[in-house]
Design a protein around this ligand. Structure first.
Ligand code: NAP
Length: 243
């Protein structure tokens, strides 16, 4: 199949391109660095022309309220070009439980992205993943002060980018789900424990202090970001990924 991967130079996008190519598809990466801008619309029509499937793995440069405009404009531009180009399937990557965290601008922006896709004219698939293992270092950095990292006990279920890209590539090459597939890593950790496991494996002088008011995940209520019974569980364990 001919598959346009927009955001195909990113963490997930670059792996999805490789996996689709390895499976015999023609997968073409597009992004700002290849001259395609999903916000101005520059190059989007050309990027999707001739593609049977569009995988949108772009990401907002910020997590603040500007992310709402990013996901709205990018989705509008991609869907308009995809309809014009006769694309038969659009795939996006969202977040497990995202509709339960309306306090976070970025999460509301991802819900908006999903809603635009669902209301649009093209058959679609939404893959919702839990937090990336590759994202844990950034989470720790946001609440580091000196040698202390403050983290709440929010339950998270990290998943490896390689497992996500396997599943996104599989979904892209399959029929549209016209629905959502939830995917998650094999283990749930309170975020403070996840921080301690990370720093035990890669000591850098920092220690974790439990603080249920610290960082963006403090506003998350209960275990809404972890997988429920319908999710597909990916194989890579966090402790193996760390080593
Ligand atoms: N972080 C998590 O835990 C998590 C969990 C679930 C889902 N997700 C979702 O997963 C998706 C992929 O995330 P990621 O971490 O792989 O992203 P990433 O590594 O930050 O890559 C972002 C990609 O978007 C491209 N891009 C940004 N602005 C663009 C624009 N205006 N026009 C065209 N391309 C643009 C970048 O292109 P250049 O390289 O050329 O700049 C890059 O290819 C996101 O939608 C995110 O919401 C994340």
């Amino acid at each position: 199949m001919n598959i346009a991967v927009i955001g195909g130079t990113g963490l997930i996008g670059s792996q999805v391109v490789k996996k689709l190519e390895a499976a015999g598809h023609e997968a073409v990466p597009h992004s700002l660095s290849t001259g395609v801008d999903v916000i101005t619309g520059q190059g989007v029509a050309e990027a999707v022309a001739g593609a049977e499937v569009v995988v949108n793995l772009t990401n907002s440069p910020t997590f603040d309220d500007a992310s709402l405009a990013f996901f709205q404009t990018s989705m509008d531009n991609i869907l308009a070009a995809a309809r014009e180009g006769g694309v038969g399937h659009v795939v996006i990557l969202s977040i497990v439980g995202v509709e339960h965290v309306a306090q976070l601008d970025y999460y509301r922006a991802k819900v908006l992205q999903e809603d635009i896709l669902k209301a649009g004219p093209i058959p679609y698939s939404i893959v919702r993943a839990t937090q990336f293992m590759e994202f844990v270092d950034a989470i720790l950095s946001w609440t580091t002060e000196g040698d202390t990292v403050r983290l709440p006990t929010t339950p998270l279920q990290p998943i490896a980018a390689q497992d996500i890209s396997d599943i996104v590539a599989e979904v892209a090459a399959g029929p549209p789900l016209n629905g959502t597939l939830n995917i998650a890593g094999p283990d749930v950790f309170p975020l403070d424990e996840l921080g301690r496991i990370t720093l035990d494996a890669r000591p850098d002088g920092r220690t974790v202090v439990t603080d249920d008011t610290a960082g963006m995940f403090a506003v998350v209520e209960g275990d809404v970001l972890t997988a429920k019974g319908d999710a597909r569980i990916a194989p890579t364990r966090y402790t193996d990924w760390l080593s």
